[in-house]
Design a protein around this ligand. Structure first.
Ligand code: OOG
Ligand code: NI
Length: 425
């Protein structure tokens, strides 16, 4: 998918070049120990992407196909609250070994047709979505075969990947005439993006950088129009959660049905970068949300970066305090060669004795406010509207055909099992 997207969107290839240079610069400044750890880490394969689908059937089939690849829907993100008529989840690996091999996550949004006001337009949209098939016949056959036989042999597995890739390809020809496109676009640009095309083209890919501020500064130097602000927390000594920025979505030429002159532009695809930090507990996350809210509400007399920095002065910026206050998740491991007093069962005591160490766990998920910011910056300010609808996790789960995994429960379980192992040892 990365190779396909690089070929389809040359600016994404340019962005990858920046990320590679910046990461190399950061690595060069690290002492040998930490450098070796980062180099051995999954930096090269680290990435997320995003798609938007139109129907429960499409989402349900995707869930079955991603399950074959060991990816499950984790987290519920309600974007309607932020004026985008979708709700979303992220397909990703959940166990530690899989995350280490390749943590690829696909942020997947389902259009909420019920949020289109005009009932006639809603009907047209539903009919268009109902008559398209976003999967190849072979992808569907192989999915059923996997489910029936409990697996695929090597050639079939290779084939399955290539067939599924077709679903995410860009189509420069719309399935509707220009007028229908305009009407969908007037309802919301995202409605046009989902409804008027043959499939859910991948709309961005996102490599992980070790210094997002450096990437943000370098983009304009290399002629790439960057988003105005970096989403998420301010720069810190101890990175928390997730910071993201992107280049602005490109206006691309598409052809509409109904004649030679039916050409226009569609804006959907962009490139993003992310920097990840420690996963926060519900308590840490509540503090994060509170401080982010403060920064956003603060008088606009100061620029956003300083407001953010000021608000986050109240979030501890060293690992010990973050751990002691229960704000972040840690994985505990025995220190090789160190012994513990016999009978010591208390993890805090083991830490104090130097028998155990605690390392921060990486945040693997997304942030609704940041996601809304990424959506918005690629939709244009005029696209801002409000939908007075409650979130609807139940409907998304029904479309998926399974429960959504709770991201906090995953971090919690990993932390708890590392503690249990240390104590047993
Ligand atoms: C998804 C936007 C959200 C992120 O990184 O938060 C996202 C989209 O534009 O479809 O990808
Ligand atoms: Ni993204």
């Amino acid at each position: 998918m990365s190779a396909m997207y690089r070929a389809e969107v040359p600016k994404y290839a340019a962005l990858l070049g920046i990320v590679e240079d910046v990461n190399a610069d950061v690595l060069a400044t690290l002492p040998p120990g930490p450098r070796a750890r980062v180099e051995r880490a999954r930096l090269e394969v680290e990435r997320h992407g995003a798609i938007r689908v139109g129907t429960a059937r499409e989402l349900g089939l995707l869930r079955r196909m991603f399950a074959i690849m060991g990816m499950q829907p984790v987290g519920y993100y309600d974007l309607a609250a932020a004026g985008v008529p979708v709700h979303s989840t992220a397909f990703r690996p959940v166990d530690r070994g899989s995350l280490e091999r390749n943590p690829f996550r696909l942020f997947t949004s389902l259009l909420r047709l019920e949020l289109i006001e005009d009932p006639r337009l809603r009907e047209v949209a539903a009919a268009l979505l109902g008559s398209r098939e976003i999967f190849t016949p072979e992808a569907l056959r192989l999915t059923e075969r996997h489910e029936r036989e409990g697996g695929l042999d090597e050639p079939a597995a290779e084939r399955f990947v290539l067939e599924l890739l077709e679903t995410f390809r860009w189509h420069a020809v719309a399935t509707v005439d220009h007028d229908t496109y305009r009407r969908m676009h007037a309802a919301h640009r995202l409605v046009a993006d989902v409804v008027c095309f043959k499939g859910p083209h991948i709309n961005h890919l996102t490599p992980r950088t070790l210094d997002i501020d450096a990437v943000q500064a370098e983009m304009p130097r290399r002629g790439i129009a960057a988003k105005e602000i970096v989403e998420g927390p301010p720069p810190r000594k101890v990175p928390i959660l997730l910071r993201q920025t992107s280049f602005k979505a490109l206006a691309e030429t598409v052809r509409f049905r109904g004649g030679f002159d039916q050409e226009g532009a569609h804006t959907a695809r962009f490139g993003e970068v992310e920097q990840r930090g420690i996963a926060l507990t519900p308590k840490g996350r509540a503090l994060y949300d509170e401080l982010l809210g403060k920064a956003q509400d603060a008088a606009a007399s100061k620029d956003y970066a300083s407001r953010l920095e000021q608000a986050f002065a109240d979030f501890p910026d060293d690992l010990d305090t973050i751990r002691e206050q229960g704000l972040g998740y840690f994985e505990y491991s025995p220190v090789p060669g160190a012994g513990a007093g016999s009978g010591v069962r208390d993890i805090e005591q083991l830490l104090r004795d130097g028998a155990v160490r605690a390392s921060p766990m990486l945040y693997e998920d997304f942030l609704p406010v940041s996601a809304a910011g990424i959506f918005q910056s690629n939709l244009g300010a005029a696209e801002r509207r409000t939908y007075l609808r409650a979130d609807n996790r139940g409907a998304l789960e029904q479309a998926l055909g399974c429960d959504i995994v709770d991201e906090f429960a995953l971090y919690e379980a990993q932390q708890a099992s590392s503690i249990a192992q240390c104590v047993a040892r």
